[in-house]
Design a protein around this ligand. Sequence first.
Ligand SMILES: Cc1cc2nc3c(=O)[nH]c(=O)nc-3n(C[C@H](O)[C@H](O)[C@H](O)COP(=O)(O)OP(=O)(O)OC[C@H]3O[C@@H](n4cnc5c(N)ncnc54)[C@H](O)[C@@H]3O)c2cc1C
Ligand code: FES
Ligand code: FES
Length: 492
Amino acid sequence: MPMPPQTLRFFRRGQVVTIDGVTPTRTLLEVLREDLHCTGTKEGCGEGDCGACTVVLGENNNGQLKYSAINSCIRLAHSVDGMAVWTAEDIASTNDVQHPAQEAMVQCHGSQCGFCTPGFVMSLFALYQNHGDQPITRADAQGALSGNLCRCTGYRPILEAAQTMQSLPPVVVNETEVLSNLKLLAHIPRGLEDDFTYKAPQSLPELLQLRARHPGAQLVAGCTDVGLWVTKMHKEFPSVLDVTRVAELRRVEQYPHHIAIGAAVTLTDAFAALVADRPQLKSFAHRFAGLPVRNSGTLGGNVANGSPIGDSMPLLIALGANVVLMRLHKGKIVHREMPLEALYTGYRKNVMAPDEVLAWIKVPKAVPQERCRVYKISKRFEDDISAVCLAINLHIENGVVRKASVGAGGVAATPVRARQTEAALTGQAWSVDTVIAAMTTLRQELSPISDMRASAAYRNTVLGNLLQRYWLESQGLQVVNLEQLTLEGEAA
Ligand SMILES: Cc1cc2nc3c(=O)[nH]c(=O)nc-3n(C[C@H](O)[C@H](O)[C@H](O)COP(=O)(O)OP(=O)(O)OC[C@H]3O[C@@H](n4cnc5c(N)ncnc54)[C@H](O)[C@@H]3O)c2cc1C
Ligand code: FES
Ligand code: FES
């Protein structure tokens, strides 16, 4: 029997918005445009790519309001239950003074046809609200706008708007009022009862109980993969189990030798933790989708989804990460831990039982003797999916490779560890001969296919070339590459 849709509540424009009868697969964009008739937020692609639908969510983060720009087109509406929501229609002052994010776009001529403009304004709003008093650099602006496409204005005036906002008269958000309303909303239970269609448990035991009781419910995290099954494949799920409110799974924990990242930690926060330990990963982290996708999507979702072209897995394999799966057994939480690559059994298939969830990703911390690099090859530099992703982590001591870990994506039905290449490197002198031999092994051991992103031959050639690049860089021969190019207007 179909279950009744349930009520959604969030805080917007100074009041709690209550909408009854919201089905579990209704998107936030649909609710805003169709139920609330707020058509200022636009739909462009409907798949998280263009940013026209960007809105900003507010959450209580240890007593501070945290603003996150997200794509409303692929975000399930119920996932924002209990949060604050701002659209481009909500940020001017009550006496209609434009927010600096809006006024700067006007003054810098940042809009032509205007279709993309509400999305840009909302990314700028989040940047402004989160930034504090530090001046916004060109790189800050570029990062904040990485999920917004404009087809007519050109980006220079919009980047200038980003750097102009802070000099304009402020429009102050009443954060005390927002936070106190978020506290009130937090006391309303979120769908643990059996007849609720969208369940968002707040603790791990609750999640595991619900997973065991409702194995047919669609498990979701940030919905940046699942959202497209809804908008592009028109899938409807009678019930949904959302992991993103589970307090335990939202934590990043530091241990002496590893970092444990909860499966519901957003990609933004997970990469921040990884980059804090290995600063060289910063440019790779910024190339994972655009900021609004990273603000919604989780590391656990990327790993569990198991796409062969997913970007975090090659890196996590090269770093020697383990995953921890959990379920309830006779009322007790039981877990099993395995190397990340052992999770996958075939194309988008994994070893997880129907009552199990991915709970933690455990990443060994950097050690002095390691040299870890990850290379993403895609048609577009930002906000694009990899054709090939190769992560190489060698421990080189006294000119000899003591340990080799190589993870690859885009070259098989699952993310893979290149074991033969690791064997060809381990124990060998770190020399050009070793590298040439390992390049041949790498090209032989992986058998990529041809698809719209690249031909098999291209992928195969690139694989070896990336290993060669790793070697050249290790010799101090820093070839010109995209990561080194400075942004227009920024001091070199
Ligand atoms: C515009 C755009 C750009 C993108 N760019 C990239 C990119 O550059 N690189 C890349 O790798 N990916 C990219 N993606 C894909 C996507 O963002 C990632 O795969 C993301 O990490 C998915 O996480 P999520 O939380 O949104 O997962 P969801 O979409 O919510 O879930 C994905 C799958 O994982 C399962 N799942 C989620 N959490 C758990 C859990 N705790 N336990 C068990 N199963 C779970 C779900 O059931 C579902 O099957 C992009 C997506 C979009 C829309
Ligand atoms: S409509 Fe294009 S990202 Fe949402
Ligand atoms: S102003 Fe037309 S798409 Fe940006």
